[in-house]
Design a protein around this ligand. Structure first.
Ligand SMILES: Nc1ncnc2c1ncn2[C@@H]1O[C@H](COP(=O)(O)OP(=O)(O)OC[C@H]2O[C@@H]([n+]3cccc(C(=O)O)c3)[C@H](O)[C@@H]2O)[C@@H](O)[C@H]1O
Ligand SMILES: Nc1ncnc2c1ncn2[C@@H]1O[C@H](COP(=O)(O)OP(=O)(O)OP(=O)(O)O)[C@@H](O)[C@H]1O
Ligand SMILES: NC(=O)CC[C@H](N)C(=O)O
Length: 610
């Protein structure tokens, strides 16, 4: 029997103190549990999200100094820690094995992650299979490359994150030929709804079955650098059996999971029952809560400010903050929670009151229904709530422009202008409140709005963090109904009975988002084919035509592609957002698209001729 384990850690890019402390605390705990081999996540010494700093010499040099510090605490244990290693001006992504005070080697990643949110080839070079070199650090000579190691008669090697996702190119095939009993996978695998099952089945179980071994996977934890959230999974399998899976998305700085493994007789290996929850609505609630907690903790802001309209998007943001307080305080206890966020509170309501300030900013076009929905929700979660109207500001701007252009503004001629000035008049004062409170201003953009630019730049897009910009409106609407019932967020009842509306036109015009755009379900389906599956307008029409009336569908597809292309600049200006789904329209991470383009003019005319 050999006790092996993983340690997930909540790191911060080049926050040496935080990162090394987390690693040392985890080692101490692992020693108490008598773990013999302990695997930490990918690049855990520096953080995974150091971006172009990986190209500098000093980052890797400093990382090495931390490795030497950590080495001092490894008596009686073998650990693997991830760090960048720069050799002759080229950076490699390595996992360093330290056993009982000795550095016994560094393995380098062979397959670099380059899809979706990952841009590793910009910073790292892939390592060539079987290549082994000797590197000099101080007066030490260290083996590095495609190594295998042996501890207490157990041979082990590495697949580093993406290595385990590249089905036919997995280093595991070669490690099996070289007789390893154990494969360690240190990872930085970002959260997306539904993805943790893929890790379990396609990386871990497929690995232990195909390579006839024990497979140990350890992921990073939390919102490390602003956008990506790491689940902090630790998964251990032996051949076709899952031995241990931890509860993901913890608010703690580190978590450990270990089990006793009998390498010769798998039937004797310890099995740890998992209480992880895979339901998409629940894992999303936990992931966004953790992301918000880490964001204020790491940015040292004093809380959040939110322009709360009583509509779905802003209400969703408010509920996520309340869930953050509820979940983090329940896992950490009030003492740790208060210390981490520099507040004093003893109940969820009290803490939400200190951390979330909301304002309803009505106009003559606002309804009593949205006001009541906003007020009821704010009261139910305990948020500080203010209300005022912005008609004076809107009228003042309008009168000045009317004087300048020498005519009256009218809804017939100036529809979008008159809408936008309302959204923009809410912006300076809500920013002012954020300044006063030294808080982060949340913006409420969702992914469907992002697709088609259905938002006013520097109006409702104002803010510095956009928690739900990665979610489609269809998903948000169903999540809110789920949260009302399953999370007992009863203050959502009125919100859930409203139809999405911008309330920017006079009330008698009965504005709804879906009349302005198209049904949100259609928008989400076109988005799936056009953006996720990368199909042309005609191809989107081909796959969708069986379910819709042809002329209406053509109009919707044309509207989507036209607005998509015209609004790339707007997506570039949206506040940083969390990555939550397989698909994202963030131009700085998942989805690159030109700001100026043909706007699909030829492709859309082909659709007309079809
Ligand atoms: N390619 C480009 N590169 C750089 N800038 C570009 C540009 N194209 C336009 N622009 C600029 O952008 C301006 C237009 O953008 P912008 O002012 O944002 O406004 P715009 O996109 O024209 O209109 C905003 C839309 O969002 C809707 N809305 C607004 C507010 C809230 C909600 C809601 O759901 O609650 C909905 C509103 O009904 C309207 O349909 C132009 O005046 C021009 O200055
Ligand atoms: N009366 C209002 N008071 C405060 N903020 C408002 C008001 N109207 C709009 N806003 C701000 O503008 C944002 C954009 O409005 P939008 O209509 O897209 O979202 P929503 O009102 O939250 O949801 P829905 O679209 O489902 O009505 C809101 O989320 C909110 O932050
Ligand atoms: N860091 C990595 O190599 C991550 C890549 C992997 N495909 C993931 O998304 O989880």
């Amino acid at each position: 029997m050999l006790k092996i384990g993983g340690a997930t850690v909540n790191q911060i890019p080049f926050d040496w103190n935080n990162n090394t402390n987390n690693i040392l605390e985890a080692i101490e705990e692992a020693k108490k549990q008598q773990i013999k081999i302990l695997c930490f996540p990918e690049l855990c010494v520096t953080g995974y999200g150091c971006e172009d700093l990986f190209l500098s010499d000093w980052l890797s040099e400093h990382a090495w100094k931390e490795v030497l510090k950590i080495r001092e605490y490894t008596n009686g244990i073998t650990i693997c820690i991830g760090l960048p290693v720069r050799l002759d001006g080229i950076t490699y992504n390595g996992s360093c094995v330290i056993s009982d005070g000795k550095i016994i080697g560094i393995t380098f990643k062979q397959n670099l992650a380059r899809d979706g949110v990952h841009y590793e080839p910009r910073w790292f070079d892939p390592w060539i299979p079987y290549r082994i070199i000797e590197i000099i650090r101080g007066d030490e000579k260290i083996q590095a490359g495609d190594l295998i190691y042996e501890i207490e008669g157990i041979k082990f090697g590495f697949e580093i994150c993406e290595d385990g996702w590249r089905k036919n190119y997995r280093p595991g095939y070669r490690l099996m030929e070289r007789g390893v009993h154990l494969i360690l996978n240190p990872s930085a695998s970002h959260f997306a709804m539904g993805k943790s099952l893929l890790r379990e089945r396609e990386v871990v179980l497929d690995g232990s079955v195909n390579f006839n071994c024990v497979y140990l996977f350890t992921n990073l934890l939390g919102n490390e650098a602003g956008k990506m959230i790491y689940d902090g999974d630790i998964i251990i399998s032996q051949k076709e059996k899952l031995l241990a899976v931890n509860k993901r998305l913890s608010f703690r700085n580190f978590n450990i999971l270990a089990c006793d493994v009998d390498f010769k007789n798998p039937a004797n290996s310890q099995v740890v029952i998992s209480d992880d929850i895979k339901d998409k609505n629940e894992e999303l609630a936990q992931a966004v809560a953790l992301a918000l907690y880490d964001y204020i903790r790491k940015s040292k802001a004093k809380g959040f400010v939110l322009s709360l309209s009583g509509g779905a998007d802003s209400s969703c943001c408010a509920v996520f903050v309340a869930e953050m307080v509820k979940r983090a305080s329940s896992e950490l206890g009030w003492e740790k929670f208060n210390k981490a966020l520099s507040i004093q509170a003893e109940s969820v309501h009290e803490a939400v009151n200190k951390l979330l300030t909301c304002a309803y900013q009505g106009t003559t076009n606002s309804s009593s229904q949205t006001f009541n929905a906003a007020k009821t929700l704010a009261e139910s979660i305990g948020a500080e709530f203010h209300q005022w109207t912005i008609d004076e500001e809107v009228n003042s701007y309008s009168q000045k422009i009317e004087k300048a252009i020498g005519r009256k503004l009218t809804w017939e001629e100036d529809d979008v202008t008159l809408q936008n000035i309302q959204a923009r008049s809410r912006s300076p004062i809500i920013w002012m409140l954020a300044n006063v409170k030294r808080a982060v201003l949340l913006t409420t953009s969702n992914r469907s709005e992002g697709d088609v630019g259905y938002a006013t730049m520097d109006g409702d897009t104002s803010g510095s963090l956009s928690p739900i910009a990665g979610l489609s409106k269809v998903f948000i609407l169903q999540w809110l109904r789920w949260a009302e019932k399953e999370l007992n967020q009863t203050g959502l009842n009125a919100v859930n009975n409203l139809r999405p509306t911008a309330e920017l036109r006079p009330l008698e015009r009965n504005q709804t988002d879906e009349d302005d755009l198209m049904p949100y379900a259609v928008l989400a389906e076109i988005e799936k084919w056009a953006i996720y599956e990368r199909k042309s307008p005609l191809q989107v029409y081909e796959v969708m035509k069986i379910n819709y009336e042809p002329d209406a569908l053509k109009l919707w597809i044309k509207k989507f592609f036209r607005l998509w292309a015209a609004n790339q600049w707007k997506r570039e200006r949206l506040a940083p957002a969390f990555h939550l789904d397989d698909l994202n329209v963030d131009p700085r991470t998942w989805c690159r698209f030109p700001i100026l383009s043909s706007g699909f003019s030829e492709e859309l005319s082909k659709l007309d001729q079809y």
